[in-house]
Design a protein around this ligand. Structure first.
Ligand code: HEC
Length: 186
């Protein structure tokens, strides 16, 4: 406003020096005032906002520590695989073969064919698939414990390493274990 007023004053140069000076000072004072108000206002809104920002709890470190595991990490014990083999011989061998090689309509449970189907999924997926659809003529008859043993045996047959960790018989923790290729691709 003040700027407009002064620039529109065509005979600015005829205004006595004293007045010019006073005008400039007034302008300066106005600007300082406006800036002051802006600073004050932004200060106010800033002091009103932090209530939200400050109350946001800082993310606990644990949330990132539930990092995913891989079938390469030794996620079952050798004992589980051994027990799984016994079960497999009783319940699965007739269709999937002695070396899990499959036969006819019955798919292989080992090697590239099998791994290509399952890579990128988790052990929860494989667990649930077996538990709900196998053995094909009696689906749903396996207990969670039996299913975990069969998963352990299938991992062993696919050359995934065993370890000290017992494979859980529960799809919730199994969801954190990703099915990867047995060895890192070169
Ligand atoms: C009567 C034959 C038969 C028996 C017994 C049987 N399966 Fe199967 N299985 C199949 C057939 C057929 C398929 C493919 C079609 C389907 O999923 O129903 C299959 C698919 C599978 C798959 C999915 C393979 C993939 O790559 O998608 C898994 C894992 C599996 N069976 C595990 C088992 C286990 C473990 C047992 C023993 C508890 C078992 N099966 C017993 C016939 C059988």
């Amino acid at each position: 406003m003040t700027i407009a007023l002064f620039s529109h004053c065509s005979n600015w140069k005829f205004i006595p020096r004293q007045m010019k000076k006073a005008g400039t000072q007034a302008l300066r004072a106005k600007i300082t005032g406006v800036v002051g108000i802006i600073v004050f206002l932004s200060g106010m809104s800033a002091s009103m906002l932090p209530a939200q920002t400050a109350s946001t709890p800082s993310t606990p470190a644990q949330t990132t520590s539930s990092a995913t595991a891989s079938t390469r990490d030794g996620v079952y014990t050798a004992e589980q695989a051994q027990q799984g083999k016994t079960l497999y011989t009783q319940l699965c061998i007739e269709c999937h073969g002695a070396s899990l090689e499959g036969m006819g309509q019955n798919p292989s449970l080992t090697g590239d064919d099998f791994l290509n189907n399952w890579q990128g999924q988790t052990l929860a997926d494989l667990f649930t698939r077996i538990r709900t659809t196998m053995p094909a003529l009696k689906p749903g008859s396996l207990t969670p414990a039996e299913t975990a043993l069969l998963v352990a045996y299938i991992l062993d047959a696919n050359t995934f390493p065993s370890g000290k960790t017992v494979l859980p018989a529960d799809p919730v923790p199994l969801k954190a274990i990703h099915i990867d290729a047995p060895q890192a691709k070169p």
